[in-house]
Write a protein that binds this ligand. Structure first.
Ligand code: CP
Ligand code: NVA
Length: 334
């Protein structure tokens, strides 16, 4: 039985570990089918909408490629394209689109907006990032882990996340660790620890989830060091200065990675990354805060790990495809 059929995909903790493993397994298979050009098209005659209230490269493209590979048609509604929020409520937008489309990928602000969208549209909604969660990214990361550690089970891996532990990536990592029992350490300045209510839900029952300000303690024996931008999309500008100053010493660089005591430690980044001066924002921040060789990650470390980092992003296609097929098609034997 397909556990995703006609369900919403709003956050990882709405599912159990078997469901998540089922989806990863499906993704591996469908990735292989694409490589050998033997993909069956399950989504002919399906129409999918993308509502994006924030920018995106990977999430939009991977979803659309997944849809096109499978024969579906898409409509992209960018931040300035709909009446949503200004002249039309979420409820009315959801009811309208729910009667036209078979499913919606949503990227936006608060999680409660996507919940409302799901409630009123009555068609499957996939979370393409909210302030609180980024579940499709973490599924791609899990698929990447399976591929780069074929000799290990996910529950034998230790991930150390360094940076802003209040954001969507660290929240979804917490949920994934709780479901799949991999060790997770979050390293941040205290001010950027996860919300207590959210964190305690997991750390109280799971001994393998740790939270610390101390880099040496948190990174020891990590298999993967994961980082993300320090300033997420939609964050208030006035917080930025103080935040960057307090995160400065948490930059992923050679010195920090040495503390893992693992010469084979891998580095993950969900992207986009500020690892050099080739972006307007990166250049500005590096100069203003006198950062060395990058913002949250240095250029040398990014380049050493870029094969894996871009594997994380290309795996988004297979995860998106698995989600769309499983939520919309009951019997989907590959
Ligand atoms: N990682 C990720 O979601 O990238 P985009 O913001 O480009 O979609
Ligand atoms: N935390 C980042 C993730 C980007 C994929 C953000 O929300 O901007």
């Amino acid at each position: 039985m397909n556990p995703f059929y006609l369900r919403n995909f709003l956050k990882l903790s709405d599912f159990n570990s078997e469901n998540i493993l089922f989806l990863l397994n499906f993704s591996e298979k469908i990735k292989f089918k694409k490589i050998i050009q033997k993909e069956k098209k399950f989504l002919k005659n399906k129409n999918l909408a993308l509502i994006f209230e924030k920018k995106s490269t990977r999430t939009r493209c991977s979803f659309e490629i997944a849809a096109f590979d499978q024969g579906a048609k898409t409509t992209y509604l960018g931040p300035k394209d709909t009446h949503l929020g200004y002249k039309e409520s979420i409820e009315d937008t959801a009811e309208t689109l729910g009667k036209m489309y078979d499913g919606i990928l949503y990227r936006g602000y608060k999680q409660k907006i996507i919940k409302k969208l799901a409630k009123y549209s009555k068609i499957p909604i996939w979370n393409g990032l909210t302030n609180e969660h980024h579940p499709t990214q973490i599924l791609s990361d899990l698929l990447t882990i399976k591929e780069i550690f074929p000799q290990k089970n996910i529950n034998q891996i230790k991930i150390t996340y360094i940076g802003d532990s209040t954001n969507n990536i660290s929240n979804s990592l917490l949920e994934a660790s709780n479901l799949l029992n991999f060790k997770l350490s979050l390293i941040s300045p205290k001010k950027y620890f996860p919300k207590k209510k959210f964190f305690n839900k997991y750390s109280n029952i799971k001994k393998n989830i740790k939270l610390t300000e101390d880099i040496e303690i948190g990174i020891k024996n990590a298999d993967i060091v994961y980082t993300d931008v320090w300033i997420s999309m939609g964050e208030k500008i006035e917080n930025q200065e103080e935040k960057i100053i307090s995160l400065k010493k948490y930059q992923v660089n050679k010195k920090i990675l040495k503390l893992s005591k693992n010469p084979f430690v891998k580095v993950f980044h969900c992207l986009p990354a500020l690892h050099n001066k080739k972006t307007i924002f990166g250049k500005e921040i590096i100069k203003k805060f006198n950062l060395k060789n990058g913002v949250e990650i240095t250029d040398d470390i990014f380049n050493l790990n870029k094969k894996i980092i871009f594997q994380q992003s290309s795996n988004r296609v297979h995860i998106m495809k698995s989600l769309i097929i499983n939520c919309l098609i009951k019997n989907n034997n590959l």
